[in-house]
Design a protein around this ligand. Structure first.
Ligand code: FE2
Length: 376
């Protein structure tokens, strides 16, 4: 059959100009990377992977790379004041600086995104050592957050050039964390749609779900959210903005304390949320507490599930269902003293959504914490 021009155009627009292979790593700027690395190893079960610092020729900063299954974190701290990293920490506290995405071609990723209006953070740069080469490029996104494009197909080293293997005698067992499921950004008033447009125009993402203030409001506060996904669905970035309510939105509290827009939470997948959360709680990770009454009616809402309700209710794990299946999720309290970044632990059993049915219970629990901090 001969394609008409319209059909050809449809095919042309379906070509993903920014094919992503998933999250490569998440890099945090922190006040004390040595202690942060110890915390993530001890509490979350990461293993030591790589190191860069004065001993390896880096004079102004130190980075520890830790890994658990397909999840890689980089924890970076400055050694002196008066530089971009120190200023970032002074302004934001500990937080996510780089959401790095794995690509086949980092030069093409940079060209495709910058020619569509993306603001360059870093032109394609090749790093080499005896193990091969890594090409890195990057563009700015909301706040001071950056997307790096990492091309490592010609590299066989432990992490990337400039890093040495970090061998440690201290190796806590892992907690079953697998990979980044999604990363949520908090943006300012009326900034959700401009950032949705950024992900559509610059990165070729699609808006797969939207929540307005009627979906996400309690008696007191509200927010709006749109979920952006890349073509193959490996990378999902929900974007939140505050909405008017009787009291201060949780997104406003974040924006106040982070001093601007940034990553609100990183959602991490597990294959067994009961085992993972049991282990995390044993190691001192604190989660948001949901009222016991939630479990009295949850099965009426979500129907039959494989797990016993008892351990789920004891751990405070939430359940939601969509057309494709169900999901189990739980949220940590903020991971630093500022009420900013937290983690979500999620186990998907078919569901591709984000737990809309839990929003009300979850946000009421969040507001209770916000109120305790005097910020509601
Ligand atoms: Fe989430």
């Amino acid at each position: 059959m001969i394609a008409t021009p319209i059909q050809q155009k449809d095919i042309a627009t379906q070509v993903d100009f920014l094919p992503l292979q998933g999250t490569d790593y998440v890099e945090f700027y922190v006040g004390n990377a040595k202690q942060a690395a110890h915390f993530y190893k001890t509490a979350f079960g990461f293993q030591s992977l790589a190191y860069a610092g004065p001993e390896t020729g880096v004079k102004d900063k130190v980075s520890y790379v830790i890994r658990q299954n397909k999840l890689t974190f980089v924890l970076t701290t400055p050694l002196r004041t008066g530089n971009e990293i120190a200023d970032h920490i002074y302004k934001h506290g500990d937080g996510v600086k780089f959401l790095s995405l794995k690509v086949e071609d980092a030069t093409d990723a940079w060209e495709q995104t910058t020619q569509r209006g993306g603001k360059s953070f870093m032109e394609p740069t090749t790093l080499k050592d005896a193990n091969g080469e890594v090409v890195i490029s990057g563009i700015h996104t909301y706040g001071e957050t950056v997307h790096l494009f990492i091309e490592r197909k010609n590299y066989n080293g432990i992490f990337m050039p400039g890093f040495v293997a970090w061998k440690s005698a201290y190796n806590p067992t892992n907690t079953g964390l697998q990979y980044v499921d999604h990363c949520v950004g908090n943006v300012g008033w009326n900034q959700m749609n401009p950032w949705v447009k950024f992900y559509e125009d610059v990165m070729g993402f699609k808006n797969i779900l939207s929540f307005d203030d009627k979906d996400i409001s309690t008696e007191y506060s509200a927010l709006m959210s749109k979920v952006m996904s890349n073509g193959n669905g490996y990378v999902k970035f929900p974007i939140n903005e505050p909405a008017e309510g009787k009291k201060k939105s949780q997104v406003e509290e974040y924006l106040d304390f982070y001093n601007g827009e940034g990553v609100q939470h990183v959602a991490i997948a597990t294959k067994n949320i009961i085992e993972t959360v049991t282990e995390l709680q044993k190691r001192g990770i604190e989660f948001l507490k949901i009222p016991a009454s939630y479990y009295e009616t949850v099965l009426d809402r979500v129907g039959e599930i494989d797990e016993d309700l008892k351990p789920l209710s004891e751990l405070g794990i939430l359940i939601d269902r969509d057309e494709e299946g169900y999901l189990l999720q739980i949220f940590t309290k903020p991971l630093e003293d500022r009420p900013t970044l937290f983690f979500e632990i999620i186990q998907r059993k078919g569901a591709k959504s984000f737990g809309k049915g839990n929003f009300k219970a979850l946000f009421e629990a969040l507001e209770k914490e916000q109120d305790l901090r005097g910020n509601l």
